[in-house]
Design a protein around this ligand. Structure first.
Ligand code: C2E
Ligand code: MG
Ligand code: MG
Length: 407
């Protein structure tokens, strides 16, 4: 069972005609990887299946999978552009005692999903543990529904610091799940399922309302000079919601938060949604700020980035984490900062963990930073204590996070 990684992105950015051509070329390449008696089929979308007959050992199947991966990793030339893709492949063996072909297909599909989850561009062989995990996934979905009813989600707040002044600028709201049996769960443990099932919508809306309420409370309690801002993550799915702007207006009004203190963090994937530009323009008209999250990890076209009304980019942690040791990462960071500034965007660096990273980011004139160097994400009561420790004092000096010197 084979699924192309990032096909949707190619289809959305280069058009359906290019997408169709990509699919038929993929089919040709797949055919070239198998023997005469084998079968290659397209199930739909970017999903293909390959049936290998009379194989001698499991290694025969994985060898074919590797060959397919090699074949597909060669560039496709579509309308003058070179496009790259990889595939996620799931393998199931018929000898494991299946009654019906669809059961074999189901297990190969489960293995493919596993390959995707493990980071794509790979193959996985089905085992019974995977079936157990697929069942567990369904369980997670049911658990999430219940958790929403029982209010088991909670918001953690991670400080965002100005690199010019060292002052607290605001917080990013990050969802956590206080699971009754499994303890505190991070988004990585449930957001994929929530995204697949659409449950990400009610969760994110709840986080947004809660974060706006909390930030307004802090704004009223602490005289921080410039009021603190809230950064909230939206998923690409929100952009398919026609009443996005209306619901946002209602959320802000009920919290009493002025739109200018809300930053919406969107990913490059959201820019690919149909009507993204209309949606973003409407959000911008409300007065909120738009921040491009995990910048540099997606597939956004520089060609139209400037058309979106984006106020800031967030450099992904993967670039920041290696920037001191790895000159290439340092170059990428510098390029992202320059590009952002040239397009009139501010820059927030994510995942800043060392003073050395912070010092270099300051030299590059990066405006804001967020990371364990300053603080981990905190539950509301601890964030409260942190703000009190910064602003409960008369000395303006004590109000700052210590910034490492430049150079
Ligand atoms: P993100 O928006 O890129 O958030 C930053 C992630 O980096 C957070 O992970 C944060 O804990 C982590 N982080 C921050 N500083 C450091 C550091 O110095 N070192 C390291 N190693 N990590 C750092 P978290 O909380 O696990 O969130 C993961 C992702 O889940 C977020 O990535 C965001 O995309 C998503 N997410 C979180 N809450 C929500 C939500 O309410 N709605 C939606 N749609 N997505 C959310
Ligand atoms: Mg974020
Ligand atoms: Mg991020």
């Amino acid at each position: 069972f084979l699924d192309l990684d990032r096909f949707k992105v190619i289809n959305d950015s280069l058009g359906h005609e290019a997408g169709d051509r990509m699919l038929s070329r993929t089919a040709r390449r797949l055919e070239a990887c198998v023997r005469g008696g084998d079968t290659v089929a397209r199930l739909g979308g970017d999903e293909f299946t390959v049936l290998l007959e009379d194989i001698r050992s499991a290694a025969d199947a994985t060898r074919v999978a590797e060959k397919i991966q090699r074949e597909l990793s060669r560039p496709f030339s579509l309308g003058g552009q070179e496009v790259f893709t990889t595939a996620s492949i799931g393998i199931a063996f018929s000898k494991t005692g299946y009654d019906k072909p669809v059961e074999l297909l189901r297990d190969a599909d489960i293995a493919m999903y596993r390959a995707k989850m493990q980071g794509k561009a790979r193959h996985e062989v089905f085992d019974h543990e995977m079936h157990a995990r697929a069942v567990a996934l369904l369980q997670t979905e049911n658990d999430i529904r219940r958790a929403l009813d029982r209010k088991e989600f909670t918001v953690y707040y991670q400080p965002i610091v100005s690199m010019k002044t060292g002052e607290l600028q605001g917080f990013e709201a990050l969802v956590r799940w206080e699971h009754p049996d499994r303890g505190l769960l991070l988004p990585g443990e449930f957001l994929d399922v929530a995204d697949d099932t659409g449950l990400i919508m009610p969760i994110s809306w709840w986080v947004l309302r809660e974060a706006c309420r909390q930030l307004r409370l802090w704004q009223k309690r602490f005289a921080t000079g410039t009021p603190l801002s809230a950064s909230v993550n939206l998923s690409a799915r929100h952009f398919t919601q026609p009443d996005l702007a209306d619901e946002l207006t209602a959320a802000l009004a009920s919290a009493g938060l002025e739109p200018q203190w809300l930053n919406l963090e969107i990913t490059e994937g959201a820019l690919m949604e149909d009507k993204a530009i209309d949606q973003l323009t409407r959000l911008k008209a409300l007065g909120v700020d738009l921040h491009l999250d995990d910048f540099g990890t997606g597939y956004s076209s520089l060609n139209y980035l400037h058309r979106f009304p984006i106020d800031a980019s967030k450099i992904d942690r993967s670039f920041v984490s290696g920037m001191v040791e790895d000159p290439e990462k340092a170059q990428i960071v510098q390029t992202i900062v320059n590009l952002s500034h040239n397009l009139g965007m501010k820059v927030v660096a994510e995942g800043v963990e060392t003073a050395e990273q912070a010092a270099r980011l300051r030299l590059l004139n990066c405006e804001y930073a967020q990371g364990f160097l300053y603080s981990r994400p905190l539950p509301a009561y601890e964030a409260d204590k942190l703000i009190a420790s910064l602003y409960g004092t008369r000395s303006p000096k004590a109000r700052q996070f210590r910034l490492p010197a430049c150079g």
